[in-house]
Design a binder for this molecule. Structure first.
Ligand code: NAD
Length: 432
């Protein structure tokens, strides 16, 4: 099949590469010329495990190409995916201007029938909006289907290739059949395609993210309570998660959720509710709880070192909003580092993938180093923010020898309190 993708970020590029891998001829378009130039050389503009190999292979075999030319892109695809960004406006509402721009371009340049697929996370009613915008100039038959994406950064290729489900929202049987065929290679063991009306598909994506975020915020609150009452959130988590009605995913306490999706999508969901005069209280509370949680490590630092941190040096391990990505959008590390800097501390930080992203945010206000141990020399404490695998079993004796004060703030509960306390560290976890 001939497939076009408008917007070649995390979602667009993974979609393009995976659909190329199953034999389709895919054109990926982006308005960011620098990104496209790098992609033409097989170079990824971001970190995503397994994606570079897939892009390079499909590029070399001629199934994947990159362009900034929207006309060429629109003409190429029988199916056109919209995977542009939908960032939040200041009131939380999703900014649909990139989706709208792409829809207008499709209407303008189409030279045959098209199936247009909204893969970006978009509020209810966007399929109708896209239909209207394409329709202003369209000279051929087209239909619009909602196909929200559920991939997770860090395991995006695997998630796309083996999805829990693929949701198709629309009422054009022919378009749905075409998309069923496109997704068939990823459904070989069992059909996991759910067809529904477009508003339900659009809302499912927001509801899924909100549900996952609710679980995280709930556990973070339980962690706070554990600290007050002398319980251990890790034990509570096991006790809770083993209940088959609850399950054990998304129950880890930590420094709050970040990333490009949860905070933005919950804000957009709240805004959607408000625009229908409905206060989504659980969603509001989840966002509030998360804002507070992002400051939890700072409170712990204050309790240990006092209000003013002039002259103190903090080493931070892990900057990306989660392991496996270089994405620092809404990352808890940003809030924590800004809080330390505001109190006069010096910050030295490392991350296996996000050093460049961190440089964009902090410039030379903090020291960035690839070597996690080099940062520790003379530091007052080590603050673990992102639980990359390489931080799970560090050389604690080496850490103790390098660091000025043997204090660990473990924002993800990945270290054993008894082990590190046995080595002479003061340990602060979350709810443990
Ligand atoms: N990142 C995720 O984990 C994830 C998961 C599921 C859904 N989503 C949703 O998918 C959408 C895209 O997310 P992302 O993380 O890939 O974003 P991203 O910022 O990585 O990529 C978006 C791309 O769209 C490009 N773009 C913007 N306007 C354009 C235009 N008019 N024409 C062509 N290209 C344009 C940008 O240059 C950028 O490269 C968002 O709605 C997001 O909420 C993201």
């Amino acid at each position: 099949m001939r497939v076009s993708i408008i917007g070649s970020g995390y979602v667009g590029l993974v979609t393009g590469a995976c659909l190329g891998e199953t034999g389709n001829t895919v054109v990926c378009m982006d308005k960011d010329a620098q990104k496209i130039e790098r992609l033409k050389e097989g170079e990824l503009p971001f970190h995503e495990p397994g994606l570079a190999t897939l892009v390079q292979k499909n590029l070399a075999e001629g199934r994947l190409s990159f362009t900034t030319d929207v006309q060429l892109t629109v003409r190429h695809g029988q199916v056109i995916f919209l995977a542009v960004g939908t960032p939040p406006r200041t009131n939380g509402e999703a900014n649909l201007s990139a989706v709208e721009e792409a829809a207008r371009a499709i209407g303008l340049h189409m030279d045959g029938p098209k199936v247009i697929v909204t893969k970006s996370t978009v509020p209810v009613g966007t399929v109708e909006r896209v239909k209207a915008l394409v329709g202003e100039k369209a000279s051929h038959r087209f239909s619009v289907v909602s196909n929200p994406e559920f991939l997770k950064e860090g395991t995006a290729v695997q998630d796309f290739m083996r999805p829990d489900r693929v949701i198709l929202g629309g009422d054009d049987a022919e378009a749905i059949a075409l998309l069923r065929a496109l997704y068939a290679p990823f459904m070989r063991r069992e059909d996991r395609i759910l067809v529904m009306d477009a508003p339900s598909a659009e809302l499912t994506k927001y509801a899924a993210n909100a549900m996952l975020a609710v679980r995280i915020s709930f556990m973070n609150e339980i962690a706070g309570l554990c600290e007050r009452v002398g319980a251990n959130v890790e034990q509570v988590r096991r006790g809770l998660g083993s209940d088959s009605r609850i399950g054990n995913s998304f129950l880890f306490a930590g420094t709050g959720f970040g990333g490009s999706c949860f905070p933005k999508d919950l804000a957009a969901l709240l805004h959607l509710g408000e625009s229908y005069d409905l206060d989504l209280r659980t969603v509001r509370a989840t966002l509030e709880a998360n804002r507070a949680q992002k400051r939890v490590l700072l409170h712990k630092v204050r309790r240990e070192f006092g209000e003013y941190l002039d002259g103190r040096v903090f080493a931070v391990w892990g900057l990306a909003f989660k392991p496996g990505t270089d994405d620092m959008r809404e990352a808890p590390a940003v809030e924590i580092i800004e809080g330390l800097l505001a109190r006069g501390a010096e910050v030295r930080a490392t991350d296996p993938a996000a050093l460049e992203a961190a440089r964009q945010i902090f410039g030379n206000r903090i020291v960035l180093d690839r070597d996690a141990y080099a940062l520790l020399e003379g530091a007052d404490a080590l603050v673990l923010v992102t639980e990359w695998n390489e931080y799970r079993f560090p050389d604690f004796e080496r850490i103790r020898d390098l660091i000025r004060k043997p204090v660990l703030f473990d924002g993800r509960n990945i270290w054993s309190r008894s082990l590190v306390e046995g080595l002479g560290f003061t340990y602060h976890g979350i709810g443990t």
